[in-house]
Design a protein around this ligand. Sequence first.
Ligand code: SAM
Length: 206
Amino acid sequence: MDFSEHWEKVYATKPVTQVSWFQEHDRLSLDLIQQEAVPTSASIIDVGGGASTLVDDLLELGYSHLTVLDVSGSALKVAQTRIGPSAASVTWLEANILEAQLPAYGYEVWHDLAAFHFLMDSAEKQAYVRKVCESLKPRGLFIIATFAEDGPIQCSELPVTRYNASSLHAEFGEYFHLVSSARSVHYTPAGNTQNFIYCLFRRKDP
Ligand SMILES: C[S@@+](CC[C@H](N)C(=O)[O-])C[C@H]1O[C@@H](n2cnc3c(N)ncnc32)[C@H](O)[C@@H]1O
């Protein structure tokens, strides 16, 4: 499917503070990054980061090697405008993650909140796993959150795959240790609840 056309339409329809996934702060991801004592010199990529405020909060904490990748250029523009001059220190990549050119072993942390779960067929999922493996350093951290098995069956009119910690680990398990997992309830701006599963994986030594 043409991910770009779909997501540009989504971001053209609603302000980013009204989309169902909006959070003022991605607390759980920030807590995981701090709990793992990721140094501020670490290279961190937020895949499907859209207009998320995670990058704002990481800049505030002193992280200086940040990349945000999203298939929607408009979503990235919203984040850049909100951040202002400091946005120049972030690498912004407008790309489909399945086709993106990323530096080999370029990142200490790969973060994905609610992007991977849009991949429905096994070829796409395998392509994503290959990207993580090509781009994440050995022993790197992989933080991923998807709709939980009792979460919504779709988002933005797209079907999603729902996971629990073990089914998510099964997608990546050959290459990653599961460090921890946690269920989380997200409250949407419209007042609905969505159940998520967060997993923290560490890449095995090659
Ligand atoms: C549900 S939103 C979550 C956005 C962000 N992670 C957050 O929590 O605010 C999903 C995001 O993934 C992006 N996305 C979906 N499929 C993608 C793909 N194949 N490659 C890159 N980005 C993608 C969308 O444009 C959208 O910004």
